[in-house]
Design a protein around this ligand. Structure first.
Ligand SMILES: *Cc1c(COP(=O)(O)O)cnc(C)c1O
Length: 432
């Protein structure tokens, strides 16, 4: 039996000794804040302090914490069944969510594969692409092309297509599949055109290697964990055309950008394109649990199914978990049931005005906003622990990363809270 009322220092002590956290050390663990509960846009620490959440728990909690409609979706499903295997069985939450995803994602994406996390969805997407070409008798088409500054997850297949310098290639280079890397697009979001040299670099790579390339994978419009960079839809449009020309599939990883974050429901819509394969995750459940999906076109699905294997060789134990499907459907209904575009636009305006004064700070290299994403890029990397503590003292939860102070708040955040958030960010930037 565990102690019925462990104190906060008991929790922290065990945590420090025994629990891994994302990207942390077991010999030099970073300090942890104990969360007691979370509601709306507020995270409540066990010492009673409340923090305004600027991270949406890494892009995912778009409607805020402890939302009655999302709680109800899970509770109702729980009473029917928490889980049932998806091999040989199906259920209404999976069907209803599948119908919704096919309806709202870019036209042409017809077939839905449910996965347990974003990284797994990326693994499935890569497998789909490679298996598709195998089925076409092109077994040499196994290479992926990926953009510099790209991020696609932490599992081995996903790591292999994540930026080789930002990412973990130097540590794992003998274990990782060898893929091809090309530019990080240099055209900012507002520019009408791509940079010619960027597109020429992709063309040159395709020209030389197209016979071996299965797919190009990218994060449309926003490169997230690789540097919070925004690029022009013109580049994405051109890449779609080049992939078609060279017989290369396009995988759009919308695990971070999906469900409205950039101002369109999906970032691909900024460029009016449909990828051959699309990955979704993070906000899909409204941040309630780990869940993801990989969608593909009829062409890809038929190609795979008519090949030698006859089936897509993947099937997670918790595939299409009914509670995850039910809460995803409720989250999407909640989003589409309101004027979400106006909400995102409103947050954008608040972030722009709230962060504007950071532009003139000597410590700041750039300030940028797209949709409900706000970024202060500093000239030097921050001292993570010190900066984290300063932000907590200001009453906000913002997790700095390298040179970046960035936020992607829940869509339900009001003006006062947005103002507190951006004021804290600017103040902390000025103290670097
Ligand atoms: C977060 C993320 C992933 C990985 O998702 P996990 O659920 O953490 O495995 C993959 N691609 C992108 C673009 C992401 O932002």
């Amino acid at each position: 039996m565990s102690d019925p009322t462990p104190t906060s220092s008991d929790l922290i002590e065990f945590d420090k000794k025994h629990l891994w956290h994302p990207y942390t050390s077991m010999t030099n663990p970073s300090p942890m804040y104990v969360v007691e509960s979370a509601d709306g846009v507020r995270i409540r620490l066990d010492d009673g302090r409340e923090l305004i959440d600027g991270m949406a728990s890494w892009w995912s909690v778009i409607h805020g914490y402890n939302h009655p409609a999302l709680n109800a979706a899970i509770e109702n499903q729980l009473k029917k069944m928490a889980h049932v295997m998806f091999g040989g069985l199906t259920h209404q939450p999976a069907v209803d969510l599948g119908r919704k995803l096919v309806e709202i994602t870019p036209p042409g994406l017809e077939k839905v594969f449910y996965a347990d996390s974003g990284s797994v969805a990326v693994e499935v997407a890569i497998k789909m692409a490679v298996q598709y070409w195998l089925s076409q008798g092109e077994s040499q088409k196994t290479k992926l092309v990926s953009l510099r500054n790209g991020y696609h997850g932490d599992t081995f297949g996903a790591m292999a297509v994540t930026d080789p310098d930002n990412g973990m290639h130097h540590l794992f280079k003998h274990t990782l599949a060898e893929h091809l890397f090309t530019v990080s697009p240099g055209c900012d979001f507002a520019s009408q055109d791509y940079l010619t040299e960027d597109v020429e670099a992709v063309e040159a790579l395709f020209f030389e290697h197209h016979q071996d390339i299965a797919a190009l994978i990218l994060e449309p419009i926003v490169q997230g964990a690789g540097g919070m960079k925004f690029y022009s839809p013109a580049f994405l449009k051109r890449i779609r055309a080049l992939c078609d020309h060279w017989n290369i599939l396009l995988i759009a990883d919308e695990i971070a950008t999906g469900f409205g974050r950039t101002g369109e429901l999906f970032a691909c819509t900024h460029a009016g394109i449909t990828p051959d394969i699309l990955t979704l995750g993070k906000a899909i459940t409204g941040g309630y649990m780990s869940f993801a999906a990989a969608l593909c076109t009829e062409k890809v699905a038929i190609g795979i199914s008519e090949g030698e294997a006859g089936v897509l060789m993947h099937g997670p134990t918790f595939m299409a978990n009914p509670m995850a499907c039910a809460v995803s459907l409720a989250s999407i209904d909640l989003l589409l049931g309101k004027d979400w575009k106006a909400d995102i636009q409103h947050i954008k305006t608040c972030l722009e005005s709230g962060l504007a004064s950071a532009k003139v700070l000597p410590q700041v290299a750039d300030v940028r906003v797209l949709g409900a994403i706000g970024v202060i890029e500093l000239k030097q990397p921050v001292d993570m622990q010190k900066t984290q503590a300063m932000l907590v003292d200001e009453g906000v939860w913002v997790r700095p990363f390298g040179k970046l102070l960035y936020v992607m708040p829940p869509y339900v955040m009001n003006n006062d809270d947005l103002n507190t958030l951006t004021t804290a960010m600017v103040k902390v930037a000025s103290q670097q």
